[in-house]
Design a protein around this ligand. Structure first.
Ligand code: G4P
Ligand code: NA
Ligand code: NA
Length: 189
């Protein structure tokens, strides 16, 4: 997606160690016009699938997921990273965070994810893919099925895409980055 790649080159900040900072338009301040274009692109890639719901994980996945849900007129469920005391019919899965080197629980209520649901999962980053795998497990625990996964930015030099390939569903990333160095960003062709 050219618009997105141009924006990453213009406003993204790349750090040694493979971290991309995009907090001026995705992770802190947000550009809703760009998010709308991202939603349109996800429609182009997933609109043909027989889905009835969009699933994402808080916090940064919510914006692109909402845009897709708005355009397809489908509800958006966001999986939570903190377990609320008030949640009914809760399902949980655990996720190992590579960057934080610790395991945390994610959860969703069965009230909003059932065996009738066929979903696409949307998130901002695909890095090591552990969050996506945890989400996939959680959705399957609910008896729902995942028909695809979409990411705004994929860091293809990390192992996430490889890991998700085994799920045998379409994995779509709108910008695929093969190298991040000190002030240098290189995309896959
Ligand atoms: P992973 O195994 O699922 O890939 O997770 P990892 O622990 O590597 O990443 C933890 C968090 O860092 C995730 O957000 C993920 O989206 C984000 N992340 C990974 N690589 C980058 C990067 O290069 N740049 C930026 N800006 N973020 C990155 P989170 O903190 O769990 O969630 P959220 O609240 O921001 O959505
Ligand atoms: Na995220
Ligand atoms: Na993030």
């Amino acid at each position: 997606m050219k618009l997105l790649k141009d924006r990453i080159l213009r406003d993204g900040k790349s750090f040694e160690g493979g971290i991309l900072k995009v907090d001026s338009f995705i992770n802190h301040q947000m550009d809703p016009i760009l998010m709308k274009s991202i939603g349109v692109e996800f429609v182009r890639r997933f609109g043909h699938l027989p889905i009835n719901k969009i699933v994402t994980i808080e916090a940064s996945g919510i914006a692109p997921a909402i845009m897709l849900g708005y355009l397809l007129e489908l509800p958006v469920v966001f999986i939570k990273k903190a377990v609320p005391k008030t949640m009914e019919n809760m399902l949980t899965a655990s996720v190992y965070s590579f960057t934080k080197d610790k395991t945390y629980d994610i959860c969703v209520s069965q009230d909003f994810l059932t065996p009738n649901d066929r979903v696409v999962f949307i998130d901002d980053f695909l890095a090591n893919g552990n969050a996506a795998i945890g989400v996939h497990q959680l959705i399957e625990k609910a008896g729902a099925s995942v028909l695809g996964m979409g990411f705004i930015i994929e860091k293809s030099f990390q192992k996430g895409h490889e890991l998700l390939r085994e799920l045998n569903i379409p994995i779509e990333s709108l910008a695929r980055i093969k190298f991040l160095g000190d002030n240098r960003i290189e995309f896959e062709e």
